[in-house]
Design a protein around this ligand. Structure first.
Ligand SMILES: Cc1cc2nc3c(=O)[nH]c(=O)nc-3n(C[C@H](O)[C@H](O)[C@H](O)COP(=O)(O)OP(=O)(O)OC[C@H]3O[C@@H](n4cnc5c(N)ncnc54)[C@H](O)[C@@H]3O)c2cc1C
Length: 301
């Protein structure tokens, strides 16, 4: 695929495919390079996306890929290892397509606390986002690990929420807020998430107690897949690459959308960021083309 594109999009999740759809329909020459590991892959269903609520995440992407292909967008399975200024995209395996503009839509990685059982149940009954999966476990016996604000929030979905501080020590004020909201606190080191018969059954503490729960919420550490942006020199703030509202980074010609720049972006938000970037990016390309045409015209006479 050593061709030249108007835009190479790195990452083919909701953000990247949405960018590709708008640019394909704007008759741009576009390639999407995707390594096939979207963040929400462990979840069976995707929620809070108007008109797509409950759809399997893979079905949304499948539909998106079919749509962009209709407009001539090239889909490439592969991993981008780097981008040289100008731009030359370097794929694992050696291909080096060129692009006038780059969109990075590579998402993020969720790093979970090192508690046995958590990773195995991630996206099933170990959850993080109440807006994505809270409704599905409403009124159940819920546990919240290590984040007071998260526990106060989850109480919206169930009367039976237990807070497990684990390694953190809530302040007196936080304990008062939890008590006022009707959230009991069970202190102690968490040793594992108990899973029996293919279901989460409870939270085990170091003293051997098992507090029965059917779902557990935990806030992961979110780490952006932003190596390409960092290497290109994009400006960061608090560890995240900074963009303007259209997704433009501090490096000319480089745009970034979705979870790679915004950990709060849900699927619908990530898709919206992609569409907004495509508009702005196409205008940027048009401006370059007008300037080039004017230069040629002035040379001719
Ligand atoms: C368990 C779980 C459940 C969730 N459920 C919901 C839900 O119900 N509703 C909701 O709105 N949100 C949900 N989310 C959040 C949702 O996953 C994100 O909002 C969404 O994935 C962000 O889209 P994105 O396109 O930015 O990133 P992603 O969907 O993660 O896509 C990024 C893509 O880039 C690719 N990539 C990364 N690096 C490279 C590289 N170097 N080269 C090529 N390709 C690369 C990846 O393989 C991936 O395909 C959930 C998250 C989790 C963890």
């Amino acid at each position: 695929m050593d061709d030249t594109y108007d835009v190479v999009i790195i990452g083919g999740g909701a953000a990247g495919l949405s960018t590709a759809l708008v640019l394909g329909r704007a008759r741009r020459r576009v390639a999407v390079i995707d390594s096939g590991e979207p963040r929400n892959a462990p979840a069976e269903h995707m929620h809070s996306f108007l008109s797509r609520d409950g759809m399997p995440p893979s079905a949304l992407l499948e539909a998106g890929r079919a749509e962009v292909t209709e407009y001539g967008v090239r889909l490439v399975e592969g991993r981008v290892e780097g981008v040289e200024p100008g731009f030359t995209v370097r794929l694992a395996g050696g291909a080096t397509p060129a692009a006038r503009r780059i969109v990075v839509a590579t998402g993020l990685r969720d790093e979970l606390p090192d508690i046995p059982g958590l990773r195995e149940r991630w996206g099933v009954d170990v959850l993080h986002c109440p807006y994505c999966h809270g409704y599905e476990v409403r009124d159940e016996a819920l546990g919240v690990l290590g984040n007071v604000q998260h526990a106060l929030l989850l109480r919206q979905w169930s009367d039976d929420v237990v807070f497990f501080p684990g390694d953190i020590e809530p302040s007196a004020e936080e304990l008062e807020r939890l008590a006022a909201r009707g959230v009991p606190v069970v202190a102690g080191k968490i040793t594992r998430i108990v899973v029996e018969g293919g279901r989460l059954r409870g939270v085990e503490l170091a003293d051997g107690r098992v507090v029965p729960r059917t779902a557990v919420f935990v806030m992961p550490r979110m780490l952006p897949h932003d190596a390409v942006l960092t290497k290109l020199g994009c400006r960061k703030s608090d560890g995240w690459v900074v963009t303007d509202p259209s997704g433009r980074t501090s490096v000319e010609g480089v745009w970034a959308v979705g979870n790679v720049v915004d950990p709060r972006a849900q699927v619908i938000t990530a898709a919206g960021m992609g569409a907004a970037a495509a508009f702005a990016l196409n205008h940027d390309l048009v401006e370059e083309e007008v300037v080039r045409a004017l230069t040629i015209r002035s040379r001719i006479g």
